[in-house]
Design a protein around this ligand. Structure first.
Ligand SMILES: [Fe+2]
Ligand SMILES: [Fe+2]
Length: 310
């Protein structure tokens, strides 16, 4: 049963939200998705040729942008690298969306199907289904393999998908969705970027805005009744999830595809301060929000700093 308690009345939380909002918010989100949802199979011109001079993603988001290696590369190599980088990010996106879909199904299981909240959660799952197919097709279109995180990460994701709930599930979702949101807002406006990437990004940004809203509101609700020990546990799990997402966005195989020395490229990307700043920029809204909820702090900050999210 929804309570009428204002969950953000205690300082220093700044995000205004009341428990009674849950069904109202879901009703608005449902109305918004009825008005603006896209079928990527129809919306994207999949038959159009891939221009040879356009980047796969905004070059400033390349893991090597700003390094000596980037300057040494030919334009053709830079284009190839960024196509593979966007394919790798898409593969991580699919991986995360498949985890999220499982968490949402588990969270809604057995709940009142007549509630707008239930119906929006299922609408979100349907969105993620279309997104994952869209990411897969875009990567295929660029002639890239189906990149995915390494096997230990796949195994960890399987456990997370089967067990994460509450603030961990929704807070973790925010990290993944907001980093992608920040970069895709740049991709969709960038004339140097492939039309397929731009349309994919536009569709994703638009539909994810609702998911981000949903995840934020749920995170606020789920954090309210945590005791000190539970909160500490959430902090650790959240930092771990954020670390996994941030460090697995782009896999090492992309460098070989661009004809680069993989060892050298991995080292250059790892030390790339420009890319680290982009990651921090991508995570900043989530960091601020989760800090307000007192879900960032203690030893977990170390992992976040190592992942260049703080
Ligand atoms: Fe998505
Ligand atoms: Fe989403």
């Amino acid at each position: 049963m929804p309570s009428t308690k204002d969950v953000t009345s205690t300082q220093p939380r700044r995000h205004t939200l009341t428990m009674t909002d849950r069904q109202q918010v879901a009703t608005r989100l449902l109305a918004s998705s009825a008005k603006k949802s896209y079928d990527p199979n129809v919306e994207i011109d999949w038959a159009a040729p891939v221009p040879t001079h356009l980047f796969g993603l905004t070059p400033e988001w390349s893991t090597l942008y700003g390094t000596a290696m980037w300057d040494e590369m030919s334009l053709e190599q830079q284009v190839t690298l960024t196509k593979h980088e966007v394919a790798s990010i898409s593969g991580t996106g699919i991986w995360f969306e498949m985890i999220l879909m499982q968490m949402l199904v588990r969270d809604m299981y057995g709940r009142d199907a007549s509630a707008p909240h239930f119906q929006f959660a299922l609408t979100e799952i349907a969105d993620e289904c279309r997104h994952s197919v869209m990411f897969a097709r875009a990567s295929e279109k660029f002639g890239c393999p189906a990149y995915r995180p390494n096997r230990p990460m796949i195994a960890l994701g399987r456990i997370f998908a089967a067990t994460a709930s509450g603030a961990v599930a929704y807070g973790g979702t925010l990290f993944a969705e907001e980093i992608l949101d920040v970069m895709q807002r740049e991709f969709m406006k960038d004339e140097r970027v492939q039309p397929v990437t731009r349309t994919v990004s536009k569709i994703h940004v638009l539909e994810e805005a609702r998911h981000i809203r949903f995840a934020r509101e749920e995170a606020v609700r789920r954090v309210e009744h945590l005791n000190k020990v539970q909160r500490a546990r959430v902090r650790v799990l959240l930092a771990g999830a954020a670390y996994a997402v941030a460090t697995n966005l782009v896999g090492p195989q992309v460098y070989a595809a661009a004809g680069l020395d993989v060892k050298r490229a991995v080292a250059a990307a790892k030390a790339n301060e420009h890319y680290q700043a982009k990651l921090r920029q991508g995570a900043s809204k989530t960091m601020e929000f989760l800090t307000d909820l007192d879900l960032i702090g203690g030893p977990s900050r170390l992992a976040l700093r190592r992942a260049h999210l703080l």
